[in-house]
Design a binder for this molecule. Structure first.
Ligand SMILES: [Zn+2]
Length: 122
């Protein structure tokens, strides 16, 4: 069974942490907890179940040089003919399923509630 208690604790740690991780992927969670990729879909579904209260899932495109690019709501259709310009390297690229990833972002209200509960001043 998926270690949901551990995942919840990890998410709380990340949400309380002001700096690095406010956006993360399923792989970030798998690595942090030490789960192998056989847990990918279960973990994905669990994180989706936290939406919209804790998390907002979104799609992110990467340019051919692996820079983070455009983001879209999870259910939004991405026109594969459309060109995007990388803000980092200036390369023009199109959406490619191999360079499209799902990421999750903490909702600010959730982070604030959590900080209040833990006693950190918001
Ligand atoms: Zn780029």
């Amino acid at each position: 069974m998926l270690p949901v208690v551990e995942i919840d604790e990890l998410l709380q740690q990340w949400a309380l942490n002001n700096s690095p991780i406010i956006d993360f992927t399923v792989n970030n969670v798998l690595i942090a907890i030490g789960l192998d990729r056989s847990f990918y879909y279960e973990t994905f579904n669990y994180l989706i179940s936290k939406s919209p209260y804790y998390l907002t899932p979104y799609k992110i495109l990467f340019c051919p040089n692996n820079h983070k690019g455009e983001t879209f709501p999870l259910n939004e259709y991405i026109d594969q003919e459309e060109f995007f310009t990388c803000h980092n390297c200036g390369e023009e690229y199109q959406a490619d399923p191999d360079r499209t990833f799902v990421a999750f972002r903490f909702n600010e209200d959730y982070r604030q509630q959590l900080k209040k509960k833990i006693g950190q001043v918001a």
